[in-house]
Every structure is written in structure tokens, then in C-alpha cells.
Write a protein of this length. Structure first.
Length: 139
């Protein structure tokens, strides 16, 4: 009887994990919306979230730590966050997209570049960078 209950509990837990995985964010819009809602309160956590969509990113962990540190310094200089707007989208086939956003802050805008890759039906963040040089991106 105890063995059957354990099997039933394990089956239930497995089903819950499968259901939660099926509701994972797989569209680019879902990923960027969550990124920016997190960015509004904690830019470092937003970067962590973005890269959490890519299980292979651990290879670049030192680069991500530096990126988060430099982004925090930049955000501190730029002042309060006031929103974001998509300014360009480029595709390379059906499974690679680069999307640029202007991110509005008090002092000056930042430009965020997201590179997404879809190897198997789910989008993941492949690379992220930012710049304060909006003029170069608009030219």
C-alpha cells in the first residue's frame, strides 16, 4: 500500500513538472516582456532571467557577471527607468532573430540588443548586449 502511494505521489510530481515545463515562456515577446518587467526593479536579475532561457549559458558565466556589473553602473548613471520600445528586428532564417530596443531612462536612453536562437521549437536568449550610443544604431 505504501509503495502504491509513493508511486502515485511521484507520478503526480512528475506531471506537475511536465505541466510547468509546457507553460514555460517560449515566445520572444514573453521572454522580453518578463525581462523588462524584472529590469524595472532589478537589472541584474533581468539579465539572469534572460540567460536562464538557455541551459548552455553556464559556459559564459564570467562574462555574464561582468555584463551585470557594468549594466548596473550604467543604469545608476542613467537614472530612473521609464519604459522601452522595439526599434529594429532582423532575422537570419526562421530560427535566429536580433531585436533592438531603446530603453528610456532619465538622463539618456540605452540600446539593448537581444539575439535569440530557436534550435528545437523554443526560443532562448543566445546573446545580450547594450550600448548608450543610440545615434550609431539609428544610422
Amino acid at each position: 500500500m505504501k509503495t502504491q502511494i509513493r508511486k502515485l505521489i511521484l507520478t503526480g510530481i512528475t506531471c506537475i513538472f511536465c505541466l510547468s515545463a509546457s507553460f514555460a515562456q517560449t515566445t520572444i515577446k514573453e521572454i522580453t516582456d518578463k525581462f523588462f518587467s524584472t529590469y524595472a526593479t532589478d537589472p541584474a536579475k533581468a539579465v539572469d532571467y534572460g540567460f536562464s532561457t538557455n541551459k548552455w549559458i553556464d559556459i559564459k558565466m564570467e562574462d555574464i557577471v561582468n555584463l551585470k556589473s557594468n549594466l548596473k553602473k550604467m543604469v545608476d548613471l542613467c537614472g530612473d527607468f521609464h519604459g522601452y520600445e522595439m526599434i529594429s528586428e532582423k532575422t537570419a532564417g526562421e530560427n535566429v532573430k536580433m531585436i533592438n530596443y531603446v530603453v528610456r531612462h532619465d538622463r539618456e536612453p540605452l540600446v539593448f540588443m537581444f539575439l535569440f536562437y530557436r534550435p528545437n521549437g523554443s526560443w532562448r536568449l543566445y546573446n545580450f548586449s547594450y550600448t548608450e550610443n543610440l545615434e550609431a544604431d539609428l544610422k
